[in-house]
Design a protein around this ligand. Structure first.
Ligand code: ASP
Ligand code: MG
Length: 457
């Protein structure tokens, strides 16, 4: 049997006691797995905040390093009862935190944070987790070593903040640098550029790290441990009676992430799909005594067809460029997308008609996009209209793009509950159909679609 890659995320590291659940989960594996870890819960956000304040205020450095030290100490005191063993881990912890202090102090003195230093600072959240997890596993009789991306050659394309893994450069070295007789613990969220700089893989990127490692070692499966019951037919916070989805195709998982489901990072399936490596979702609060996944993601052809889940995202805004002929005038879209790309703004989608180009964006990018587009001064565009307070609600399931009754069914369900949609799309992907709706009607829209496609009997 091949090895599994196991991912523990921030939600598995909320309190010092959580490590007991991790120990229990790791013991379920026959062959020592490769473990990829995120930062402790909320730590990346804290590092982002502190990084900006240390530029002004040196005392913030001590505050954050003390806080991180105390947090890890608590985990170590709870789980490594032998004082000498614990002292050895403290020693490593201190030297890693010293390194963080020195980098932060550097930014304080130069008065700014260059992007490659920003990536290095944020990678510490994950690097502290891997140190602690490897030490605790090892102390509890599960031989474990920490392996850093820089040690195993997890190479990226070098883009700061949002890099992609370069598989041609990484595969052979990652596979040979992970001893099989021990659990290897790798910090997620970053890889190294060919010149050795640390580059982050985007927010929430440790799922993608784990998928990348799984591809490099041709893993048996990527096992993602969460604190929820796998994929459900809707977010249980918005719908009373949900159904669990036992099997999903890669495209469905990707669409669900894209439309707001919080289970996996949208790029997780990318490295795995063409190798047919399954992704299995487990609940750490409900691990049982056998490895029994709650949801399994695999080849589209192996998953049942039809509607699987209703999902939504509130992180959504539209910039509409209106003008009598924008739809047929060549070059407008090219100018806009080129300028947005140069400004580092990600376009989620574009929907055009003869008189309007609608650009879908993350809400936080709306204002900047508006400024960039206005600065292009395009005569064919008569108005630029930013549209906020919108949400997207989507129905996800393989085959929906070709099912003629989907558009009618969704519209009817929304209409019946008085939900007004402004844009509707079916067919852009075979696995999803969606409506753009006013945010204040989002809860109602999710309930309406869930009731239509997953009625409770
Ligand atoms: N800690 C990182 C983040 O919060 C990466 C991750 O958790 O996946 O974005
Ligand atoms: Mg995550």
């Amino acid at each position: 049997m091949k090895r599994c890659v196991v991912k523990f995320g921030g939600s598995n590291f909320k309190s010092a006691g959580d490590m007991a659940k991790i120990l229990k989960a790791v013991r379920l594996y026959e062959k020592p797995p490769v473990i990829v870890v995120s930062a402790f819960y909320g730590i990346t956000n804290e590092l982002i905040a502190v990084m900006d304040s240390t530029v002004q205020d040196e005392s913030e450095i001590l505050r954050i390093t003390d806080r991180l030290k105390n947090m890890k100490r608590e985990s170590l005191e709870t789980h490594i009862i032998d004082k000498t063993a614990r002292e050895a881990v403290y020693e490593k912890l201190r030297s890693r935190l010293d390194e963080l202090s020195r980098v932060l102090l550097g930014t304080h003195y130069i008065g700014e944070i260059p992007p490659f230093i920003r990536d290095r600072i944020l990678s510490f959240g994950e690097r502290l987790s891997s140190l602690i997890v490897a030490a605790i596993l090892d102390f509890h009789g599960i031989p474990a070593v920490e392996r850093l991306p820089e040690d195993i050659g997890l190479i990226t394309d070098g883009e700061e903040g949002n890099a992609a893994v370069d598989f041609a450069a990484s595969e052979a070295s990652v596979a040979s640098e992970l001893p099989e007789d021990k659990v290897c613990v790798i910090p997620g969220f970053y890889g190294v550029a060919p010149d050795g700089r640390i580059t982050l893989l985007g927010r929430g990127g440790s799922d993608y790290s784990a998928a990348a490692v799984a591809r490099c070692i041709s893993a048996e499966a990527l096992d993602v441990w969460k604190d929820v019951n796998g994929y459900l037919s809707a977010d249980p916070k918005s719908v009373e009676k949900t159904r669990r989805i036992e099997r999903l195709g890669y495209s469905e998982a990707a669409e669900l992430s894209y439309f707001g489901a919080q289970i996996l990072h949208p790029r997780t399936v990318e490295p795995l799909e063409d190798r047919s490596i399954p992704i299995r979702i487990f609940n750490i609060d409900n691990s049982g005594d056998k490895l029994k996944p709650l949801s399994v993601i695999g080849l589209d052809a192996d998953a049942p067809k039809g509607p699987k889940s209703v999902t939504y995202t509130d992180d959504f805004a539209v910039l509409t460029l209106a003008g009598a002929g924008v739809g047929i005038k060549p070059g407008i879209l090219a100018k806009v997308t080129g300028a947005l790309d140069r400004s580092g703004i990600n376009i989620k989608s574009v929907v055009t008609s003869q008189t309007a180009i609608n650009i879908y964006l993350n809400e936080a990018d709306l204002e900047r996009t508006d400024t960039v587009v206005r600065s292009l001064d395009m005569t064919a565009v008569s108005h630029i209209i930013p549209r906020r307070d919108l949400s997207v609600v989507a129905l996800v399931g393989d085959g929906l793009g070709e099912a003629p009754e989907v558009a009618e069914g969704m519209m009817e369900a929304l209409d019946k509950r008085g939900v007004r949609f402004t844009i509707f799309s079916v067919g852009a992907s075979d696995a999803a159909a969606y409506a753009v709706i006013p945010r204040k009607q989002r809860a109602e829209a999710v309930r309406a679609l869930h009731e239509r496609y997953f009625p409770t009997v």
